[in-house]
Design a protein around this ligand. Structure first.
Ligand code: FES
Length: 105
């Protein structure tokens, strides 16, 4: 089984089983400490905001313009590591990726 390491808003790291083929958001929203994902993945709410560990961030496909526009409006946006997790496909190749849940906005 593929895995993700998820750092919650208290700074605690969790080792989570993750199914390839899902969006990262779909994995995170099932967790008590995960994301709200209010818009359900339509790239309009930003409640699925995460920081991808710098060692993994460069391995992801670049964000599309609509994701980037929304991210840049967030007060906690970090240029190098911020992503909307509903726009990131979790694949077998990403097993072991580390993401941190961004602060509530
Ligand atoms: S779930 Fe709303 S922007 Fe990702």
């Amino acid at each position: 089984m593929a895995r993700m390491f998820v750092v919650d808003r208290d700074g605690k790291e969790h080792d989570v089983e993750a199914k390839p083929g899902l969006k990262v958001m779909e994995i995170l929203r099932e967790l008590d400490y995960g994301v709200a994902a209010i818009c359900g993945g339509l790239c309009s709410c930003a409640t699925c905001h995460v920081y991808v560990d710098p060692s993994w961030a460069g391995r992801l496909p670049k964000p599309q313009s609509d994701e980037l526009e929304l991210l840049k409006e967030l007060p906690d946006y970090k240029e190098a590591t911020s992503r909307l997790s509903c726009q990131v496909d979790f694949t077998e190749a990403l097993s072991g990726i580390k993401v941190e849940i961004a602060p509530d906005t």
